[in-house]
Design a protein around this ligand. Sequence first.
Ligand code: AMP
Ligand code: ZN
Length: 360
Amino acid sequence: MNMPTEQAAMMQAEAQQAQQAQQAEAAQAPYDKSDLTLRDRLLEAGILLDTGEDGLYGRSEVFEDVVERLNQAITMLGADQHAEVLRFPPAMRRRDFEDSEYLKSFPNLAGTIHSFQGNDRGHHRLLEALDKIVHVGEEEERSDAWMDQQKPTRLVLTPAACYPIYPLVAKRGKLAEDGATFDAFSYCFRHEPSIDPGRMQMFRMREYIRVGSPEQVMAFRQKWIDRGSLLVNLLELPFEIDLANDPFFGRGGMIVADSQRAQQLKFELLVPVATPDRPTACLSFNYHQDHFGELWHIRQADDEVAHTACVGFGMERTTLALFRHHGLDVNAWPEKVRQLLWGDKAPLIEQGLANLGTNV
Ligand code: AMP
Ligand code: ZN
């Protein structure tokens, strides 16, 4: 996928034109589809709970119920994939994280885990430091000098649900002829504090991950663009699919982001939720080419480097989108949406998949 074919180049030009037209249109009409009151309304209703830190929320029973049922719908949507279900705690080996090159692209988002590893003297210093007060303007605050006693552990917080999968696949040796498919679900951490309820510091991502030949993983990604759209249609949410890029850090990052766009490596499914200027990415469809295959020496059956792709479902964002569009009372949500989440979802999903045709 590094050398776009003539057809791909044309598609790219068309996509760029469409995007420019959309941007021109957006520049004229102010974006007003999001609901800026959503965060306050959810907190007031007790659906999300304020912890005092931006982007860190408690979840109520109602919120969790929607997340769980959404998760079940995603499982049913992917039942024919026979994906290997793997669950990891929301941390990964620091060594694997270092190897992933995440720090090259997103040093600002990473979360490391530190812990006290000293002796009695160190403990004493820690407690002393904890008592120190600093003045911030008029306010008195506890100093963070005690953190000097904390040392890195061998763990970091998981940045995306698929990250612990790649080193594991590599360890298993060469792939089978038809590659491999995985199903992952994890809380993820990204250090991006924000009052946008859709931009959390800890949130859950459900993913399907495909490892194999470029053809296998590209077919998988297209399949999931179609199936993700089906899911969001069944949830009766307005959406658009758009070419996207990751928020690569720094000046060099802009070049990487441009190249990611030019090669059409990332698409997002966007729903208006609560951001003032644009809809929110609720699902992502990523083609990593041979990036992870190279890093971890994942081999196809014919010894070629494996390619990878993943579809990520933002569980909180999709749940927020449901509250944004169908209201805070889940009992009053549209009948078909209630059937999909709380009722007999099988006929809806089977019919939806049948309508997509045999290839998907
Ligand atoms: P990404 O790896 O950035 O493509 O993220 C995968 C999915 O996770 C996105 O499509 C979002 O739905 C969700 N996501 C990413 N960042 C956040 C965040 N800060 N808060 C909540 N959900 C997020
Ligand atoms: Zn992923």
